[in-house]
Design a protein around this ligand. Sequence first.
Ligand SMILES: [Zn+2]
Ligand SMILES: [Zn+2]
Length: 281
Amino acid sequence: MNFILFLFLLLGGFSSCQFSSITDKVPLQLHFLDVGQGLSVLFEYEGRFALWDVGSDSLGFLDTLRHYGVDTLEWVAFSHWHRDHAGAFLEFPKSLRSKDIVLKQVYYTKDTAFGFVSDSIFSILKSFQIKHREIQRGDTLFFVEGLQFKLLWPPEHPIYGGNGASGVLYISDSMSRMLLMSDLEEKEEKELLQLNPNLRADLLQVGHHGSHTSSSIQFLSQVAPKEAVISVGEKNPYRHPSPETLKKLNLILPDSSFLHRTDLEGTLKCLWYKNLGFWFK
Ligand SMILES: [Zn+2]
Ligand SMILES: [Zn+2]
């Protein structure tokens, strides 16, 4: 739970009447989907949906979307072209053809590490005539009025490939800040901080599934997250998350219960009340 909101509740800041008027409000729901070893975040607000990454292939991703009642996606954004983030898009033609799902827009970062997944995605976009556009640092994606979705990485120059090209998405309102790191690694974390010297986040999606190649102590202590999410597959061959990263997170986070993991808890659901705070359900 967001620390400020938590304190407010703890100190009896809400009368029951105030509390019900706040809980009557519709929150942005962030579903950190359990996609095994990979990443996919489904955003839901007032019956509208968008996706940041889609996870790996062969996991029945479309069934997952059906489960949430997704029939239209405002956008799908790919952080980079690695299979564990973009692979499940290869399932989409079935639903696009039958119009089970209407996809309005696709965004992708300038990742120079092209291959089978990216080639296949571009051919799907072309054959279904789906609008698509490259995004980079400074671009914003619209989803909820009053909540900013801003790209902090990759910059226009130099050009990156693979994990280094990982889109970093910063979501904020007047109360809360959240940072989705995708697979960004230490070298680029450093450059990201040089570009954003005052970067802070209340909620952090830990880079590269908790690998030891991401989340330097300098980066974590600067960003100073109060809660963190690791999207990672159970018993994955890479042994993510690394014990070093877990140790660092336990040093930075106020309490170990503020670290959430999809391999241990399955899909994680976070409710974000505009300008009030967020908490995990
Ligand atoms: Zn990954
Ligand atoms: Zn990657």
